[in-house]
Design a protein around this ligand. Structure first.
Ligand SMILES: [Fe+2]
Ligand SMILES: [Fe+2]
Length: 316
């Protein structure tokens, strides 16, 4: 993987922005420039998360891999900003990143710093799946222009490596060796636990408007059938019920909320809004999106096979 990370590096100069965008309506131009403006912010956030993951690991190869991912994400942020400027033909307005994204960012970075690495990795993996399988692919289809196509191709090549490592980390954190290591580790000092709890509460609080503003609302325009977003959530759900992962306290907590919401009318009536807030999504995506057969299949697959399948879904 590290060799691949080095081999597949590219430079922003490899993209030629000298062309002219296809003609588009005023509302399309405004929407597209806004999506790319937000994408620049999301990519920067992803870079900050990988930087934190790099600090979290003592494995030298993994550290170098994460370091290359930080470089990738910064490059993606540059590419997204250049795309935003490229499609801003008429300067209809001044574009700013979605305020929900700006508010969420520092809390998410703090959460990755203070929460246990497996919880942080769950959020990162979910975020990258939604971003890759659903959002970027759908935005690119919606833009329907050669410039975006060329940039996304290079970005996607990087993201494929990220997803593979995200899944690998899920496997590492659910392994008996890691669980044993965790049991033997002395408890964190109260100060650190308090900061972790505070960061987590903030992620729950600011997470829902963030997901809504930069993922779900744009998706309603660029993928009105909801097919790709359901596909991404299905991948997240299947990963969460795979044998070893299912045993995590965090997975149990999230699955418990999902079950309460889907299967207990009273719980849904009383706590439905709260559960939606905690899970960060609405009813259509809390519903179970995979079949029993698909869950069984995932049980037999390796994490790498699951990652490859998620990536194939992106291209389907
Ligand atoms: Fe990226
Ligand atoms: Fe990424």
């Amino acid at each position: 993987m590290l060799d691949k990370c080095r081999r597949e590096q590219w430079h922003i100069r490899d993209l030629d922005f000298s062309g002219t965008p296809r003609p588009m309506s005023r509302s399309d131009e405004i929407a597209i420039v806004q999506y790319f403006t937000d994408m620049a912010g999301i990519e920067r956030l992803a870079g900050a998360l990988f930087e934190q993951q790099r600090k979290n690991t003592s494995d030298v190869v993994l550290r170098d891999i994460f370091e290359s991912f930080v470089r990738d994400e910064v490059r993606h942020a540059h590419a997204a900003q250049l795309l935003a400027d490229y499609y801003d033909v008429h300067h209809y307005k001044t574009y700013q990143p979605n305020p929900a994204l700006t508010r969420f960012t520092p809390h998410f970075v703090a959460a990755v710093k203070y929460l246990s690495p497996e919880i942080a990795n769950t959020y990162i993996t979910s975020g990258e799946l939604i971003l890759d399988v659903a959002l970027l692919r759908s935005i690119n289809d919606y833009v329907g222009d050669e410039m975006s196509e060329r940039a996304m191709e290079l970005i996607n090549r990087d993201e494929s490596r990220h997803i593979a490592v995200d899944f690998h980390m899920v496997e590492v954190y659910s392994s008996p060796e890691y669980q044993e290591l965790k049991r033997r580790r002395p408890a964190q000092p109260l100060r650190v636990r308090a900061r972790a709890a505070w960061a987590f509460l903030n992620v729950l609080y600011y997470g829902a408007p963030f997901f809504k503003g930069v993922f779900f609302e744009p998706m309603r325009t660029v993928d009105p059938s909801g097919r790709r977003i359901r596909e991404a959530f299905k991948r997240i759900q299947i990963l969460g019920v795979k044998g070893e992962v299912r045993k995590h306290p965090f997975s149990r907590f999230m699955l418990g909320l999902q079950d309460a919401y889907n299967e207990h009318a009273l719980a849904r009536l009383l706590f439905g809004r709260l559960i939606e807030r905690i899970l960060g999504v609405d009813a259509a995506l809390i519903a179970r999106l995979y079949s029993t057969d698909e869950a069984r299949r995932a049980e037999r697959q390796s994490f790498d096979e699951m990652a490859q399948e998620a990536l194939a879904a992106k291209l389907a």
